[in-house]
Write a protein that binds this ligand. Structure first.
Ligand SMILES: Cc1cc2nc3c(=O)[nH]c(=O)nc-3n(C[C@H](O)[C@H](O)[C@H](O)COP(=O)(O)OP(=O)(O)OC[C@H]3O[C@@H](n4cnc5c(N)ncnc54)[C@H](O)[C@@H]3O)c2cc1C
Length: 429
């Protein structure tokens, strides 16, 4: 029973989005003199860093999703409503949602990001994306369906095209996805599809810049490239995708690849909501915010996480990286600054503490950097697993993920090789 939420006359804060930033802010405000409504279009929190494992059959979706109500029910001054926010009306302190309108004293936008195709509608129509659980399940179905389809082909050229998988974007998501696909080639194909020649499956990773994992050191980038090569992934650096029509991809090198499956991990942009004037939007569709995460021109509206573009930090002239630690640290500071704002005290400016970055390519193959520490291979892989387990929300999820990882490790298998909801490609419509 959330007595305090309904009884309190405290100021009302609406948080849009129960991702890393929104959920952290709600938790930090537990029991404080503020009434909080958390709105999210889903009733669960998604642990996006492990989406690629759902897409490649290593984990089930419930292992990386956590019911928002489970957390919110422990916060007496916070209520959750499953609702999509359709519009913000700042001049009336109001948001319009799929279940009605809500008024606020303070608003915090934490709606995250979405895939960026940089205006290329052909790519948007034909490529798969990996930003949500439904999208990860689509990719899993699509890969398994392609394996099934390859079995019924009489012409070699069709089999080659069907078993050609392309990942675009050499950031952590692209690297991890390409590595996972390559592991499927050596585990799932020989085990389940004994009639198929697994050598016919090829994985390509296409990256426009000269290096993989652009935000990491040269050493880590080269190690990731070496690991991918070892797994048989063909890495294309300095190469951009020109066109892809659903079966044929043209690259800037002049090469043409035949493929039916392209996973686009080459860009993200802020998932902004209608209502805040366009001039408040900065690079990559993110809300321009000041050093305290207040949206330019609005004292009572904050934006945080992927959707916020904080200017003025000389270390991040183009905004902070769209990663979970930035979202969490901004939420923690807003939880403090909100009360300073209410009591008209000075606010503390945001300063990002970068604790490092990492990416995994496959079994015993990862890269990890933290301060002066740079490590690659087995130790980095253990570190990556440990940190991801600790960051997952909920003990059950940690246990499920750990058990799945152990199963996959000792059996050399991917546990979830099922097509629960068939995927229909846009190009086949
Ligand atoms: C595949 C993948 C791998 C990643 N790997 C890593 C990694 O290894 N390490 C790392 O640090 N970061 C990683 N990231 C980035 C990290 O997940 C994001 O930086 C982080 O999720 C940002 O948190 P956020 O709270 O801003 O947004 P999110 O966590 O995306 O949360 C946004 C929330 O807002 C909700 N929402 C959106 N629009 C509306 C609306 N209109 N109405 C209601 N609700 C809405 C969404 O449902 C969602 O719950 C990865 C991202 C992806 C996609």
């Amino acid at each position: 029973m959330q007595a305090e939420y309904h009884n309190t006359k405290a100021p009302h804060l609406i948080i849009i989005g129960g991702g890393f930033a929104g959920l952290e802010l709600a938790k930090k405000l537990k029991g404080k003199a503020i009434k909080v409504t958390l709105l999210d279009k889903n009733n669960y929190h998604t642990f996006q860093p492990l989406l690629y494992q759902v897409a490649s059959g290593g984990l089930g979706s419930d292992a990386i999703a956590y019911p928002l109500r489970k957390t919110i029910s422990t916060l007496p001054n916070v209520a959750f409503r499953m609702a999509e926010v359709l519009k913000i009306i700042p001049e009336q302190n109001k948001v319009l949602t799929s279940i009605g309108e809500y008024t606020y004293d303070y608003l915090c936008i934490a709606s995250g990001s979405t895939t960026n195709f940089f205006g290329n509608t052909e790519l948007e129509k034909n490529c798969m994306t990996l930003k949500s659980i439904p999208e990860a399940l689509d990719i899993r179905s699509c890969i398994l369906q392609e394996f099934e389809k390859a079995l019924s082909q009489s012409e070699t050229k069709n089999v080659d095209r069907i078993l050609n998988f392309i990942v675009v974007g050499g950031g952590p998501t692209g690297v991890e996805t390409a590595g996972a696909l390559a592991e499927m080639k050596s585990t799932v194909l020989p085990a389940d599809y004994t009639e198929l020649d697994s050598k016919k499956m090829h994985v390509h990773l296409v990256e426009a810049s000269p290096k993989l994992l652009a935000s990491m050191s040269e050493e880590s980038s080269e190690a990731a490239n070496k690991f991918l090569n070892k797994l048989g992934v063909k890495v294309w650096l300095n190469t951009s995708v020109q066109t892809y029509n659903g079966t044929e991809m043209k690259l800037s090198t002049g090469d043409v690849l035949q493929t039916e499956t392209v996973i686009w991990a080459a860009g993200v942009k802020g998932k902004n909501i209608d209502g805040i004037p366009n001039e408040k939007m900065g690079r990559s569709n993110r809300y321009k915010v000041n050093a305290y995460n207040q949206v330019e021109g609005f004292e009572n509206i904050f934006a945080m996480g992927d959707v916020a573009l904080l200017s003025g930090d000389k270390n991040y002239p183009n905004g902070h990286p769209m990663v979970a630690p930035v979202a969490i640290q901004q939420a923690r500071l807003i939880a403090k600054n909100l009360f300073s704002l209410i009591s008209k005290q000075p606010l503390i400016p945001f300063a990002y503490v970068d604790k490092g970055s990492m990416a995994t390519v496959g079994r015993h193959k990862a890269v990890l950097e933290s301060g002066k520490i740079k490590t690659q291979g087995y130790i980095a892989w253990l570190g990556w697993m440990f940190l991801h387990l600790m960051l997952l929300v909920g003990y059950r999820n940690r246990l499920v993920v750990f058990t799945n990882w152990m199963w996959n490790y000792f059996t050399y298998q991917r546990a979830i090789r099922i097509i629960t909801r068939p995927f229909i490609k846009a190009s086949s419509n």
